[in-house]
Design a protein around this ligand. Structure first.
Ligand code: PRP
Ligand code: HPA
Length: 181
């Protein structure tokens, strides 16, 4: 099969678990919570490439206070549906020393990625490091980190859409889908 047909088959065989309207409402709520918590602190927002790109792009225009923005890239899934070793692809260029940092990511799954990023930024001298995730997967096991701001809780299934990929595809979907178990 072609890559196009493979990607279409993945979507056709998946379940819609969260509509675009629910997604948008969750992002609105998270934006309000972040505004209350960080509106006075001129934070540095760090988007975790590449999954956070859609959440970040929708969240930032809803924050009506000054921010600095940069990105970092770490990965441990690649095109796989199970996580492996964390690889740092790029560091933020903006110094974090003394800053209030808000890390933005698409999904907190096992929590390994976000916990490592937070530890790294604090070791680099960030004054505080908060985290905002579009989604938190209910994996039924303890995680090494809890997000300070969470959009949606998702079931323990492989999910995609709204920045999250399945075998590299479908980050562009406005709603959330899950592969059949
Ligand atoms: O909580 P965890 O189990 O550590 O997984 C969460 C991380 O996995 C995904 O990134 P991925 O490794 O797929 O990188 P990508 O966004 O570049 O595809 C996602 O964007 C999170 O950063
Ligand atoms: O369920 C998931 N879907 C997409 N990307 C992910 N990264 C960690 N878990 C997931």
């Amino acid at each position: 099969m072609s890559r196009l047909a493979d990607a279409q088959a993945l979507l056709d065989g998946a379940d819609l678990i969260c509509s675009a309207a629910e997604v948008d409402a969750a992002v609105d709520r998270v934006a309000r919570e972040i505004t209350v918590a960080l509106g006075d602190s001129y934070p540095l927002l760090l988007s975790v490439m590449g999954g956070a790109v859609v959440f970040t792009g929708n969240l930032l225009p809803k924050l009506a206070f000054p921010i600095d923005f940069d990105y970092l890239h770490v990965t441990r899934y690649g095109d796989d549906t199970a996580g492996g070793t964390l690889r740092w692809i790029s560091e933020p260029r903006t110094p974090v020393v003394g800053r209030t940092v808000l890390v933005i990511d698409d999904i907190l799954d096992e929590g390994i990625t976000l916990a490592a990023i937070r530890e790294h930024l604090l070791a680099k001298g960030a004054a505080r490091c908060l985290t905002a995730v579009f989604s938190d997967k209910r994996i039924g096991r303890p995680k090494p980190i809890r997000a300070d701001f969470t959009g949606l809780e998702l079931p323990d299934r492989y999910v995609f859409g709204y920045g999250m990929d399945v075998r590299g595809a479908w980050r562009n979907l406005p709603a959330i889908y899950a592969l059949k178990d």
